[in-house]
Ligand binder design. Structure first.
Ligand code: SF4
Length: 404
C-alpha cells in the first residue's frame, strides 16, 4: 500500500478522507489529554500553545466547565466499554492545569472515575510547571491517586533562559521548591520530568541537574519545529547538533553502574532495537492512541501539531455530540495509526525506519506536502539511533566473546 504522497497525510482531502483503507481497523484510544485550564502563569518562549502558529487558546474558555467534564467522562467511559479497554490514562493538562483549582480538579477526576465501568482502571496524571504546587494540592493528589510530572530544563541558567514569568523573572527556584515538596512524603506521586533540549546548555550538566530530585523518568523533548520553521540551531547541511547533544547523555546514562532513572527516548530506542514497542510517539511505529479534549469540549489531535500551522490539530468533533469512535475515522488520526504505510518514501526505505518511525508527527510538516515527509530531525535521529545500535551491538559481541 504505497501512499507516500497521499494528501491525507497532510491536510484533509474530503475525497480521500471519507474512505478508510480497505480492511483497516482502528486502534482504540487509551490516552486522553484533558485541558482543564487554557492559560498559563509562565511565558515560556518556546511554548507550542502560546508562541507558535496556532493561537486558538485565545478563544477558548479559561477553565473546563462541569458540563464538558461530564460529557468527556461519558465519552471516555463509552469508548472504554465499547472496546473493552482494561485501563485508560487521563492526563490533566493546560496551559497550567493547577490554575483550574483544587475543587475543580477533584470534581474532574471523580466524575471520570464514576463514569467508568467497575473494573476499568483509571490512571490519572498531571503535567505542571510547578509554580503552584503546594501541600494542599499534593494532599489532594494523594487522596485521588494523581501522579505529578513537572517541567524542568536543567540547572537554573538553562531553565530560566526560557521558562519565565510575564515580568521576565525565571521560575527555576519555584520548581525546585515544588520538587522538594513532591519528593518528600509524596514521592510515590512523582511521575518524572520533562526537559526541552537547548543546544546552549551543557548536556551532562543538564542531565545531572535533572537527576538531583531522583526522577523515575526523564523525557527529553526536542524543540518543536518543521521544514518551514526549523528548530533552533538546526542547520540545513546535514549536521546533527541535537544528536551530538543527546549522545553524551545516552553514554552517561547507559554506562551508569546502577539505573539512575528511565530516559524515555533512550529506553524506547533500546526497546525498539530489541524488537519491542515504544511507549510514546517520538520514535517507533506504534499507532497513535492519544487524543486531546480542549477546555471548550472540542476534540483535537496532539497539541504538538499547533507548532505546524493554525488549526492543524482540529478534528471538527466535540464531546457533546461525537464519540471517540468517530474520531478514529478522522483521516489524520488514521494516518497516525497506519505505521510504516503512512510514512514518506524516504522513511519507508530507510534502514532504521522500524526504530525511528519518521520521528514525531509534528516535526514532519512542510507546506505543500503536509506531514508526508521525514522528520526535520531526520539526520539527528539517524545518528542517535545508529549510535545506540552500535553500543548495543558492541555489548552483545563482547558478551558472546565472554568479555562481560
Ligand atoms: S531517520 Fe529519517 S528517513 Fe529514516 S525513518 Fe527517521 S525520519 Fe525517516
Amino acid at each position: 500500500m504505497a501512499r507516500t504522497n497521499a494528501t491525507w497525510l497532510g491536510k484533509a482531502d474530503p475525497e480521500v478522507s471519507a474512505h478508510p483503507p480497505t480492511g483497516w481497523q482502528p486502534w482504540p484510544l487509551c490516552q486522553f489529554i484533558l485541558k482543564v485550564h487554557s492559560r498559563c502563569d509562565l511565558r515560556c518562549d518556546y511554548c507550542y500553545v502560546y508562541e507558535m502558529s496556532d493561537q486558538s487558546w485565545k478563544s477558548r474558555p479559561r477553565r473546563i466547565s462541569k458540563t464538558v467534564v461530564a460529557d468527556t467522562a461519558a465519552r471516555i467511559a463509552e469508548h472504554a466499554h465499547t472496546h473493552r479497554i482494561p485501563a485508560v490514562h487521563v492526563i490533566l493538562h493546560g496551559g497550567e492545569p493547577l490554575l483550574a483549582g483544587a475543587d475543580h480538579i477533584a470534581h474532574t477526576v471523580r466524575a471520570i472515575r464514576q463514569a467508568l465501568d467497575p473494573g476499568i482502571r483509571l490512571d490519572v496524571s498531571l503535567q505542571s510547571n510547578g509554580m503552584r504546587l503546594d501541600e494542599d494540592f499534593l494532599r489532594l493528589f494523594d487522596e485521588l491517586g494523581v501522579r505529578v510530572g513537572l517541567s524542568l530544563d536543567g540547572d537554573a541558567e538553562g531553565h530560566d533562559r526560557h521558562r519565565r514569568r510575564g515580568d521576565g523573572r525565571g521560575s527555576h527556584a519555584d520548581v525546585v521548591a515544588a520538587l522538594d515538596l513532591l519528593t518528600g512524603r509524596y514521592r510515590h506521586l512523582y511521575g518524572g520530568l520533562l526537559c526541552t533540549v537547548d543546544l546552549r546548555n551543557d548536556p551532562i550538566r543538564t542531565y545531572e541537574a535533572l537527576l538531583e530530585s531522583g526522577p523515575p523518568r526523564i523525557d527529553f523533548l526536542l524543540p518543536h519545529g518543521n521544514w518551514e520553521e526549523p528548530p533552533p540551531g538546526l542547520p540545513a547541511d546535514g549536521a546533527t547538533p541535537y544528536a551530538d547533544w543527546l549522545i553524551p547523555v545516552f553514554d552517561r546514562w547507559y554506562a551508569a553502574p546502577r539505573r539512575e532513572t528511565e530516559v524515555r527516548l533512550f529506553a524506547d530506542i533500546l526497546r525498539l532495537l530489541l524488537g519491542g514497542r515504544s511507549s510514546g510517539e517520538a520514535v517507533g511505529l506504534s499507532p497513535a492512541r492519544m487524543v486531546v479534549v480542549e477546555t471548550d469540549g472540542t476534540i483535537e489531535q496532539s497539541d504538538t501539531l499547533k507548532s505546524a500551522y493554525p488549526g492543524a490539530p482540529v478534528t471538527g468533533f466535540h464531546v457533546s455530540r461525537d464519540s471517540f469512535d468517530a474520531v478514529l475515522r478522522h483521516p489524520a488520526v488514521m494516518a497516525r495509526q497506519l505505521g510504516r504505510d503512512a510514512l514518506a518514501g524516504e522513511c519507508q526505505s530507510c534502514p532504521i525506519v522500524r526504530v525511528c518511525g519518521g520521528g514525531l508527527y509534528a516535526h514532519r510538516y512542510r507546506p505543500g506536502s503536509g506531514f508526508g515527509n521525514p522528520s526535520v530531525y531526520c539526520h539527528d535521529l539517524f545518528r542517535l539511533i545508529t549510535h545506540i545500535r552500535g553500543v548495543v551491538e558492541r555489548d552483545v559481541a563482547a558478551l558472546l566473546e565472554g568479555r562481560r
